[in-house]
Design a protein around this ligand. Sequence first.
Ligand code: 5GP
Length: 191
Amino acid sequence: MQLLKDRILKDGRAVNEDILRVDTFINHQVDPYLMRECAKDFAEHFKESGVTKIATIESSGIAPALLTAVEMELPLVFFKKQPSKVLNDDLYQTMVTSFTKGTNYELTLSRKVIDSSDHVLIIDDFLANGEAATGAIRLVRMAHATVAGLGVLIEKSFQPGRSKLTEAGIETYSLARIASMSEGKINFLED
Ligand code: 5GP
C-alpha cells in the first residue's frame, strides 16, 4: 500500500537491521486517518472470506484492528498479554515470546468471546518471527473457531514469520513488505 510505504519512509526509523520504530504514527502516537485507509484495504481484501470477528493482540494491533472491524461491521476481540500464568477455567492461554522485549507472556482469551461458529481475521501491526501471530492462531483454534487469515501493516520479509504462516496454511496479507533495513535506510519488496 503506497500510502503506508511513503509514511514509513518519511517517519519510520530503522534502529538497526532488525527493528523499525514507527512511534509517531502507529505504536505510540496513532494516525487515525492512515489507520482508516489501511483498514479499508484489509476490509476490501478479506471481504469474501466469510469473516465473523476481527481479533488482535493488545496493544499496538488495536488501532488498525478496530478500524477494520468498523469497515467490516464486525466485533473486535483483543487478546490480552499476562505476565504470568493465571489459572482460570474461563480462559484459553498460550505462551508467546515477545520479539521486541525477548520475554515470554501468556496470551489470553476469554471462553465467552470466540466460539466454534467464528471465522476470525487476525490483524496486527508487525510480522517479524511470527510468534505473536502463531500464538493468536493457537488461541482461535483452542476456542474451536477457524482462522480466515492474517492482515499486518508491516511485514519484515527478511524474518521468518511469513514462511511459518505459509507453511501453516494461513493466508497472510501485508500492506508494506520490507526486504531489508539498515540505520537510515529501508528497502521494500516489489509488489
Ligand atoms: P513476531 O511475534 O512476529 O516476532 O513480532 C510481532 C510483534 O512484535 C508485533 O506485534 C510488534 O508488536 C512487535 N514487533 C516486531 N518487530 C517490530 C519492529 O521492528 N518494530 C516494532 N515497533 N515492533 C515490532
